[in-house]
Design a protein around this ligand. Structure first.
Ligand code: AMP
Ligand code: ZN
Length: 735
C-alpha cells in the first residue's frame, strides 16, 4: 500500500481511500497565460507517479487537473488591478480565449511527451464561475465571509483552524500579507473570494454583489467540489501552493461544507536550473520543447526526475540530463537483449528470486514514492544473475510505475538495403576476427542514421537518437567545469580574441569578420563560445571555423550564462594577450599593437577603450579618455593570460553581462593591477541588441541583481578606486 508524506499531518501515511478501490485526486494545474516549464512538469510528474502506483495496486483513480485561465486572479495581481493574462493577450493581439487555448495545447503536448497520463477532466476556471459564486453565497450565508466595498472576503476568524496546513499562524503570516495592505479587510489574513470589477475592466461576471471576478483560491475549491465532492482523497501541488493557495482552499471548503475537505495533501519540492531559481531574466527557464530541440528525449527528463525524491529540491543541469538519457538508452538496450535471449521461451513463470526483486521494488515505491531507490534496485536487478525472461517481466512490470514506455522498444527496426548489407559484411568480418575492418563498417552504418551496438554477444541495430545525431553534428558542453583549463600551458599565439556569442547571428558575423580582416598575418586565434544560441549562430560559426584556421568554436548545449561562457573561452585561450570582445563591437584597425604596448607595463592589468570611473560605487561614468580608470566595459577589454592565475576566472553567478565587467576589473585591482584606458583604440560600437531588446522591467531586474552581486563583493572596498576621496557612501541600489 502506498504511503506518502501528508503536509497536513506532517506524517508519512498510508493512503486509504474514502471508497475502497477508488481514489479521488485533484492536481493544481497549469496557468495558461504562459508556457509550463520543466519545474511545473516535475510537479505533474509527481502526481502521475502517485496515480500510477495506486493504479498498479489495483485502484481506480479519478484524476482532476484544473486549467487556470482568466478566472484565476493571483491576489497580488488582482490588488494591482492587473492580470498577466490580460496583459499578455493585449501584447500579442489575441483574444483571452485564444491565448488560453494556445498554452493549454502546449501543456497537453508536454504532458504527452513526458508520458503523464491525462487527467479524466481538465476543468477550465472560467467555465465554473457559477460554482464559485455558489460557494461564496454559502459562506456569506453562514458567516464565513463578508462584503466590503463590493468585494467579498473570507473571514479567517470564522475558521479557527486557519493555518493548519502551512502552520502559518502568527507573525510570519502577518508579515507575508502586510504588503497587500487592503484597508477593507477586517483582518490582514482575510483573503478575496470575489473582487469588484474596476471601471473599464473587460473580463468580469455578474454576481449578487455586482460585476466582478473570482479570487484565485476559490477556483480550486469550487472545481474540486464539483468533480470530486465535498470530501476527497488526494490533493497535489508544488510547495509554493501550500501557502496561501491550499491553506485558503481548506478554509473556504471546510467553511462551506462544515467538515474535512481533503485527506492527503501532497506537495512536490521545486526544481532549480543550473543551481538557481528559474527566472526568465536569468535565462534559465527551460521548457520541454527546449530539451527536445536540443535533441533530448523528453522521457530522459522523466527519468531524471526519478533520480531525486519528490520531497527534495532538484537541481536540473544539462549534464545530468545527458546522464539520464544515457541511462534510459541503457535500460532500453538491456530490455532488448533480455527479450532476445528469452525469445521463444513460451509461457513464463516468475522465479522466486524474481519475486524477491519485485518485493524490494514495490517496497521502495510504496515507501513515500522512493523512486531513486526503486531505480537503484532496477539497475541492481538488471546486473544480477536472474534469468533474462525474469528480467523482462520485472522491468516491464516496474515500467507501469516508471512510465518510460519501455515496452515500446521494438525487437527490430526497419533498415534499408545499404545498411543491411553493411551489417552483414560487418558480421562476416567479426567472424574472421577482423575487428578494425568491422569497426569501419560500423561507421558506415552510423552514416546511414543507424547505430550498431554489440551488447553482450548480440548485435543490435537501432536508429540514432536525436541526441546522438545532434552531438555528431558538433560536440557541445553543458557547463564550464566540463571544459579543461589550458591556463598552465605555454602561449601558442600572441593574441586570443574571445567572443561570447549568444544569438544575434548578424552581429556575431560582423564581429568575427572584422577581427579576421584586421589581424592579417599576426599570430592570432579567435575563440567564439556559442552560448546556447538557437538562431543559426551555431551554424554560422561552424562554417567560419571550417573556412578560417584562426576561428575556434566551442558550443554550449544551452545558455550557460555570460560569465560561464567567457570562462570557457578563457580556459581554452592560448594567446599571450586576451582581447575580450562583445558582438556589438567591430574592430576597424590595428588593436593589437596598442594592447601589446599598454600591457607591456606590468602594473597594468586591464586595458581597453571604454573606461569607467565612479565616486560612489553606484554610478559608473564613461568619462575617461586616456589613463587610469576604475573599470573597463566588456565591449572590449584586454589582459595578459599569465595574470589569470592570480586574478582568477569570472564569477559564474553573473549569468547576465551587466556589471560582470566591473566585477572582473575589481578582481584585477584586488590583485594589485591598474585598469587603463585609451579611447582612441580603433573599434566601433554598434547597438547592443541583448540590451536593447529587453523590456524595461527586465533591464531593471537584471541590473539590480547583478549590481547587488557586485556590491556584495566590493561595496566595502573603496580603497580600490582611483579617486581616494570616494569613501563612506551608502550601498543601497539607485538607478
Ligand atoms: P503555476 O502554473 O504557476 O500555477 O504552477 C503550476 C504548478 O507547478 C504548481 O503546482 C506549482 O506549485 C508548481 N511549480 C511552480 N514552479 C515550480 C518549480 N520551479 N518546480 C516545481 N514545481 C513548480
Ligand atoms: Zn489550485
Amino acid at each position: 500500500m502506498l504511503s506518502i508524506y501528508n503536509t497536513l499531518t506532517k506524517n508519512v501515511e498510508e493512503i486509504r481511500p474514502i471508497t475502497p478501490g477508488r481514489v479521488t485526486m485533484y492536481t493544481c494545474g497549469p496557468t495558461v497565460y504562459r508556457y509550463a516549464h520543466i519545474g511545473n512538469l516535475r510537479t505533474y510528474l509527481m502526481a502521475d507517479w502517485i496515480r500510477r502506483i495506486l493504479e498498479a495496486d489495483g485502484n481506480e483513480v479519478y484524476h482532476i487537473k484544473n486549467i487556470t485561465d482568466v478566472g484565476h486572479m493571483r491576489q497580488e495581481l488582482a490588488e494591482a488591478g492587473g492580470d498577466k493574462m490580460i496583459m499578455a493577450a493585449l501584447a500579442e493581439g489575441k483574444s483571452l480565449q485564444e491565448i488560453g487555448e494556445f498554452y493549454a495545447e502546449w501543456f497537453w503536448k508536454d504532458e504527452e511527451r513526458t508520458n503523464i497520463k491525462p487527467a479524466h477532466v481538465f476543468p477550465w476556471a472560467s467555465h465554473h464561475i457559477p460554482e464559485m459564486l455558489e460557494m461564496v453565497t454559502t459562506l456569506m450565508g453562514n458567516g464565513g465571509a463578508y462584503e466590503a466595498g463590493g468585494n467579498i472576503y473570507f473571514d479567517v476568524n470564522s475558521f479557527p483552524e486557519y493555518g493548519k496546513l502551512s502552520r502559518n499562524f502568527g507573525g510570519d503570516l502577518l508579515e507575508g500579507v502586510r504588503a497587500e495592505a487592503d484597508p477593507l479587510k477586517r483582518d490582514p489574513r482575510d483573503f478575496t473570494l470575489w473582487k469588484a470589477a474596476e471601471p473599464g475592466r473587460d473580463v468580469k461576471w455578474d454576481s449578487p454583489w455586482g460585476e466582478g471576478f473570482p479570487g484565485w483560491h476559490i477556483e480550486c475549491s469550487a472545481m474540486a467540489h464539483k468533480y470530486l465532492g465535498e470530501h476527497f482523497d488526494i490533493h497535489t501541488g508544488g510547495v509554493d501552493n501550500v501557502f496561501p493557495h491550499h491553506e485558503d482552499e481548506i478554509a473556504q471548503s471546510e467553511g462551506t461544507f462544515g467538515h474535512r475537505h481533503v485527506n492527503y495533501w501532497v506537495h512536490g519540492q521545486h526544481l532549480l536550473a543550473d543551481g538557481a531559481k528559474m527566472a526568465k531574466s536569468a535565462g534559465n527557464v527551460f521548457l520541454v520543447e527546449d530539451l527536445a530541440t536540443r535533441g533530448f528525449d523528453p522521457l530522459a527528463f522523466r527519468y531524471l526526475c526519478m533520480t531525486v525524491r519528490y520531497r527534495h529540491r532538484m537541481n536540473f543541469t544539462f549534464t545530468s540530463l545527458k546522464a539520464a538519457e544515457k541511462a534510459l538508452t541503457g535500460l532500453r538496450n538491456r530490455l532488448w537483449v533480455w527479450r532476445n535471449a528469452a525469445a521463444g521461451a513460451g509461457q513464463h513463470v516468475l522465479s522466486n528470486d524474481g519475486k524477491t526483486w519485485s518485493a524490494r521494488f514495490w517496497d521502495a515505491v510504496h515507501n513515500d514514492l522512493d523512486l531513486p531507490t526503486a531505480l537503484a534496485i532496477t539497475w541492481e536487478m538488471s546486473r544480477s544473475e536472474l534469468a533474462p525472461a525474469d528480467k523482462v517481466e520485472l522491468l516491464l512490470d516496474f515500467d507501469r510505475v516508471f512510465g518510460l514506455d519501455l515496452d515500446k522498444v521494438p525487437m527490430q527496426y526497419e533498415i534499408g538495403p545499404t545498411t543491411s548489407a553493411a551489417i552483414d559484411r560487418r558480421a562476416a568480418l567479426r567472424e574472421q576476427s577482423a575487428y578494425s575492418d568491422a569497426d569501419a563498417m560500423r561507421e558506415e552504418v552510423i552514416a546511414n542514421g543507424m547505430v550498431v551496438e554489440d551488447i553482450g554477444t548480440a548485435t543490435r541495430v537501432r536508429p540514432q537518437t536525436m541526441l546522438e545525431l545532434q552531438s555528431a553534428r558538433w560536440p557541445s558542453v553543458s557547463a564550464s567545469r566540463e571544459v579543461p583549463s589550458l591556463l598552465d600551458q605555454p602561449d601558442l599565439y600572441e593574441f586570443t580574441f574571445l567572443l561570447n556569442a549568444y544569438d544575434y547571428v548578424d552581429d556575431v558575423r560582423r564581429c568575427v569578420e572584422a577581427v579576421l580582416r584586421h589581424t592579417g598575418g599576426a599570430s592570432v586565434e579567435m575563440i567564439v563560445v556559442d552560448n546556447g544560441s538557437t538562431d543559426g549562430t551555431a551554424e554560422y560559426l561552424e562554417q567560419a571555423q571550417a573556412e578560417h584556421a584562426k576561428v575556434k568554436v566551442i558550443h554550449c548545449d544551452h545558455v550557460v550564462g555570460d560569465a560561464a561562457g567567457k570562462n570557457i573561452g578563457l580556459k581554452q585561450a592560448r594567446g599571450k594577450y586576451i582581447i575580450l570582445l562583445d558582438a556589438s563591437t567591430e574592430v576597424v584597425g590595428d588593436v593589437m599593437s596598442p594592447v601589446a604596448e599598454h600591457l607591456a607595463d606590468g602594473t597594468v592589468g586591464v586595458f581597453g577603450p571604454f573606461g569607467l570611473t565612479t565616486d560612489d560605487m553606484q554610478h559608473f561614468h564613461e568619462e575617461v579618455d586616456r589613463g587610469d580608470a576604475d573599470a573597463m566595459q566588456a565591449y572590449c577589454m584586454a589582459f595578459r593570460r599569465a595574470d589569470l592565475e592570480s586574478v582568477g576566472l569570472m564569477h559564474e553567478s553573473f549569468r547576465f553581462y551587466r556589471n560582470l565587467d566591473i566585477d572582473y576589473c575589481f578582481q584585477f585591482k584586488d590583485a594589485g593591477y591598474r585598469v587603463v584606458c585609451d579611447s582612441s583604440l580603433p573599434l566601433v560600437r554598434h547597438e547592443h541588441r541583448q540590451w536593447e531588446e529587453l523590456e524595461e522591467n527586465q533591464r531593471d531586474e537584471l541590473s539590480r541583481k547583478n549590481f547587488g552581486r557586485f556590491l556584495k563583493r566590493w561595496g566595502n572596498r573603496p580603497d580600490l578606486l582611483i579617486n581616494p576621496a570616494a569613501r563612506g557612501f551608502d550601498t543601497g541600489f539607485r538607478h
